[in-house]
Design a protein around this ligand. Structure first.
Ligand code: NI
Length: 247
């Protein structure tokens, strides 16, 4: 059940049976020569919608722009600064709290969001911890789950792509978007076939180290068939994790 396609009466009725909601969160940033700029939002969004269908959970609109400052030297990338993303998460959770939601399951598509999302969770808990003791308040719980860390997904990626999966513009995420959006498949030559690996600081440093945007990957190995396998593996793992969290 998607929030954007629901009426307020339907949300009222949903809250009689569950206080949990799935919030897809991603990024809008370059993903190398054949990866879509929306990859990190499209992956968790498509999985969240499928997870919502499987479990009956309500799915919030995707937070599609995340913390991606290091990608800003590539055309089309958009970032929120960490403090802005914290504010977006805080306002979203506080809005939903008004209606009775207490379990917030953030399904994440971008590693660069993790530190900031956890900082936002600390802000949310601090609100309650610093409120007057004994006040009637909900038992709010927030969780962030990276789709590529759902049970079995990393092992499957390793089996499908080995070391060439990499850590940015990975074979796995490119495959997943190719499966979900077959009309948006891109092809490009990868030079070198496997991109360099390592760390980075700001956007200029990132562009110097990783000229075509990839880190450690060879996403020319991506395929819709691999994406289908990863999608189904991720969905099974996420179903288990969401049911545990929302119970
Ligand atoms: Ni990505």
């Amino acid at each position: 059940m998607e929030l954007r396609f629901s009426t307020w009466q339907e949300v009222d009725a949903y809250l009689q049976g569950s206080k949990a909601i799935i919030l897809p969160i991603g990024s809008t940033e370059q993903h190398g020569p054949n990866g879509l700029i929306g990859t990190d939002a499209l992956c968790p969004e498509s999985l969240a919608v499928a997870l919502g269908e499987k479990t009956g959970a309500l799915v919030a609109p995707t937070i599609a722009v995340g913390m991606a400052q290091h990608h800003l030297r590539f055309a089309g990338s958009i970032t929120l600064r960490p403090s802005t993303l914290i504010a977006v998460i805080l306002d979203t959770v506080n809005s939903l709290l008004q209606h009775g939601f207490e379990r917030f399951y953030f399904l994440n598509g971008h590693g660069g969001n993790v530190a900031t999302v956890n900082a936002a969770f600390a802000e949310i808990y601090a609100q309650f911890s610093m409120a007057t003791a004994g006040a009637d308040r909900p038992a709010v719980r927030c969780k962030i789950v990276n789709w590529w860390e759902a049970e079995g997904v990393m092992a499957l990626s390793k089996e499908l792509f080995g070391e060439a999966d990499g850590s940015h513009a990975t074979c796995g995420e490119v495959s997943l978007t190719q499966f979900v959006y077959p009309h948006s498949i891109k092809t490009a030559e990868m030079d070198p076939p496997i991109a360099p690996s390592g760390t980075f600081y700001d956007a200029t440093d990132f562009r110097q180290r990783y000229p075509d945007g990839r880190i450690g990957s060879n996403p020319s190995l991506a395929s819709p068939a691999a994406g289908e396998k990863l999608f189904n593996k991720a969905l099974a793992g996420l179903e288990k994790s969401y049911r545990e969290f929302s119970a």
